[in-house]
Design a protein around this ligand. Structure first.
Ligand SMILES: Cc1cc2nc3c(=O)[nH]c(=O)nc-3n(C[C@H](O)[C@H](O)[C@H](O)COP(=O)(O)OP(=O)(O)OC[C@H]3O[C@@H](n4cnc5c(N)ncnc54)[C@H](O)[C@@H]3O)c2cc1C
Length: 440
């Protein structure tokens, strides 16, 4: 029997969840008593929900359980920056692989359309915007990241605009950045509202259990999952627990979960909004440096800031970690918007990027009737959506070129065990953060 040691926790004040119009809606129930299903899925983030939807389409007669330790929208899927990216980011100076980049773009676009379909069909209120994305640099030393990105875009004929400081001042309402590459295909949204909407759209054959951490798994025929006061037995089990995947014992030394933090300000008052953002459309910006700051101006007039990278083998944050992140967020915010110093942060929270060394994801059959998907490498809204969908097809025996591509690119490389993993990761993250300079 596999006992789980580390569990997801709330990790601060979850801004997107708290501001979501659907936060009071009851989606699932706690797992109490003994239940039997054909299929069980652990994890109700973008990956698990996409998998559940597609499995239900492929097998309308099957009974499916999807179980999460938290409420839908409280996990990492509801804590992220809300970018549904369409393009691969190639920030290192490596040669672009055109075929690979085009295939990733095709898969990301597939996810965007799948999520757009749910949003339209079920009227999901999630502040969806076809806003595109800026990748920007403040420091001259980080302009190289933009050049590499342009090389990737040009090689594959992806559309982009190259913007200087003056254009950016007009379009962003800050003169902090000297150059940015704008690409139009990215979507911005409230990630907690969208993932909750996708859960609310599950068909009747899918039973959602929330606030029900799985504390042990007995793999067999059937698999038995135990929560406090309840069990689920199922013939087929799929784990979509991303950063927590190694807890379940089917994978080891493949994942490097990196903690990062985000803050959301209060809504700006009319005077401040007019003074800074008159004629500016809500926008989203990532950094030309991998350790740099992600920033958004949201449709409800808030500023979102994400930065700080830390390695926490316990898979949860401390109040001290949250406070340190808050201090860095204030600094990054005030550098970009010096005249908004009086604007407070209403929410600060943490979450994990589930990284792998070679950026390939986990997409594997661990045993008969036992599958694992994870390692979304910080772009899991799009990636988790297509990995979940194609895992359902893989299980159902539906082959396609997209599935073959995923199968051929799902071999995450080895990560050394602790303490070397933690030491190595902390050294690398601190080096990257120092190098980012004013782009943090
Ligand atoms: C601050 C931040 C900003 C980010 N920005 C972006 C972005 O803009 N765009 C983007 O695409 N990605 C972004 N990411 C990454 C993105 O959020 C993840 O890649 C995505 O959430 C992965 O989805 P998932 O469904 O695979 O995993 P998760 O969302 O982590 O879902 C896994 C679920 O498993 C559950 N679980 C774990 N253990 C157990 C257990 N024992 N019992 C029951 N349930 C369990 C968890 O509660 C969780 O809900 C960001 C991440 C962070 C932290």
């Amino acid at each position: 029997m596999q006992k789980i040691k580390n569990f997801p926790k709330i990790d601060g004040e979850l801004g997107w969840y708290e501001t979501s119009p659907s936060r009071e809606v009851t989606l699932g129930r706690r797992l109490k008593g003994d239940h039997t299903f054909d299929i069980a899925i652990i994890g109700s983030g973008y990956t698990g929900l996409s998998l559940a939807h597609r499995l239900a389409e492929n097998h309308p007669e099957a009974s499916i359980a999807i179980i999460d330790a938290l409420r839908v929208g409280q996990g990492t899927s509801g804590r992220n920056a809300g970018f549904i990216i369409d393009l691969p980011h190639n920030l290192d100076a490596g040669q672009p692989d055109v075929e690979h980049d085009r295939q990733l773009h095709k898969l990301n676009t597939f996810s965007i359309e799948r999520l757009r379909g749910f949003k339209d069909r079920y009227n999901i209120e999630c502040s969806w915007q076809n806003a595109g994305k800026y990748m920007a640099a403040h420091e001259s030393s980080n302009l190289g990241g933009l050049d590499s990105f342009v090389t990737t875009l040009k090689s594959s004929n992806f559309e982009y605009q190259d913007l200087d400081a003056l254009d950016l001042k007009k379009r962003l309402g800050t003169d902090y950045y000297q150059r940015a590459i704008y690409t139009p295909g990215n979507i911005l949204m409230n990630p907690s509202s969208l993932v909750r909407g996708v859960a609310a759209a599950l068909p009747k054959t899918v039973h959602l259990f929330e606030e029900s951490p799985i504390i042990s798994c007995e793999y067999g025929h059937p698999h038995i999952l135990t929560a406090v006061g309840g069990t689920v037995r199922a013939k087929l089990l799929i784990q979509t627990t991303n950063s927590y995947t190694e807890e379940f014992g089917l994978l080891s030394n493949r994942l490097a979960p990196v903690f990062t933090y985000a803050s959301l300000t209060e809504s700006l008052n009319d005077a401040d909004y007019e003074a800074h953002f008159k004629d500016v459309q809500p926008w989203g910006l990532t950094s030309a440096h991998p350790a740099g700051t992600t920033v958004r101006l949201t449709p409800d007039r808030r500023i979102f800031i994400r930065n700080v990278l830390d390695f926490e083998p316990s898979l949860s944050s401390s109040n001290e970690g949250l406070h340190k992140a808050w201090i860095q967020h204030r600094k990054s915010f005030e550098q970009r918007f010096p005249n908004l110093r009086k604007t407070k942060f209403e929410f600060t929270w943490g979450g994990m990027l589930c990284m792998t060394m070679n950026h390939q994801s986990v997409f594997k059959k661990a045993d008969d009737n036992l599958f694992v998907v994870g390692g979304c490498n910080g772009v899991g809204v799009a990636k988790g959506t297509y990995l979940g969908y194609y895992m359902a097809d893989y299980i159902s025996g539906i082959r396609s070129a997209n599935l073959d591509f995923i199968l051929g690119n799902s071999n995450p490389s080895w990560v050394p065990p602790d303490p070397i993993r933690t030491l190595g990761a902390r050294m690398r993250l601190s080096y990257e953060s120092r190098n980012a300079g004013g782009d943090i």
